[in-house]
Design a protein around this ligand. Sequence first.
Ligand code: NAP
Ligand code: GDD
Length: 385
Amino acid sequence: MRRALITGITGQDGSYLAEFLLAQNYEVHGVIRRASTFNTQRIDHLYHDPHDAGRRLFLHYGDLTDTGVLTALIDKIQPDEVYHLAAQTHVKVSFQMPEYTGQVTGLGTTRILEAIRQVHRPIRFYQASSSEMFGSSPAPQHEHTPFHPRSPYAAAKAYAYWMTINYREAYGVFACNGILFNHESPRRGETFVTRKITRALASMRLGKQKKLYLGNLETKRDWGFAPEYVELMWRMLQMDCPDDYVIGTGQSNTVRAFVEKAFAYAGITLAWVGSGVQERAIINNFTSDWKPYFKLGDCVIEVDSRYFRPSEVEHLQADASKAHSLLGWQPRVTFDELIAIMVDYDFKYLGIDSPGQGITICKVKDFSYTNHDFTLQQQDDRDMS
Ligand code: NAP
Ligand code: GDD
């Protein structure tokens, strides 16, 4: 049985990757952080009591700032593959916490690479690199596009990217960079723009929220579906030689387009009025189920400069030709389908009837390991002490 160690197992990607690897019959070990509240909601459905026989998921406390623990864990677990996904992942937050972001998102990778080097075992290593590293380089971006980081997060990721290559070249570590463009899902963190929008819609539909405040509406992102992307992390580590790959759909859309389509899917047509920080969206038309809480002409979106970044990445769009030919991958979920999946989930989560197209898409395209997203999970007791 192959053994994998995942850092960031409690995050969006870590949780999907854990499901995928368990389905491939791996023994999966995950590093989690001590928190005063449960931070394992995304993997609760995979959890087995430590006393259960035959369990294949094991959780260990650790932190990317703690070299001793990381080294001891790798030495103890002796994994065949390490998927290093943990990071301070929020770009806007990285401007507020630049040094911490460097410590965790940058140096965290070096700590793990060094631990791998010291165990003298052929461990395969995946580094969660990011399209943010391309920053202001013109789109479409591919493996040879120069980096121009535009945030402390992106600068930290660029450092980690080069450390990964350095350990490959200097010490022969089987180390790969997956340069992933934005990927979303029902498990996306609530403060990233896509999930912020779909959650707000659901809460508006219950009459609990009247307005959504957003930042820059013009930036373009290449948004894909996270469960597809974690499978590619695994594929990279199954290749004969270590290499770096860009992963993205090749389609880029503005934040404004995401908002319009999400609202339209839920039954609201928006009209934009004003410009710049004065711009807002009002309801132009809606289906009858919105009537208890809104009327035509109500303002539902406003721009708030609080969400602007000191320096912005304007346009990300992947040229993933290399992944198409070498990893045999073509994106399966479209932009419209992604929106449907996320809106359906947030509606269902709050007990509201959803249009349902997203749920059907997951079934038809056989994303079996997303099924539990549409089944409300009960938080169970666990003993991690
Ligand atoms: P995420 O949902 O924000 O998850 C981040 C994970 O890192 C969480 O499990 C978090 O633990 C953990 N973590 C944060 N700081 C840590 C620390 N000091 N020590 C140990 N663990 C720590 O991120 P994601 O979207 O799954 O992304 C996974 C990786 O891919 C990240 O490295 C991200 O930068 C990279 N990436 C993501 C995208 C994307 O669009 N999603 C695109 C390109 C690259 P808690 O749960 O306790 O907070
Ligand atoms: N978060 C957020 N909140 N972003 C907003 C908002 C808002 O209210 N309004 C507009 N935006 C814009 C941001 O300025 C950015 O241009 C875009 O929406 C996407 O922002 P995020 O969803 O926060 O993601 P990101 O692109 O900055 O970073 C994500 O993708 C990277 C890959 O390119 C993160 O997952 C990173 O960890 C990842 O590396």
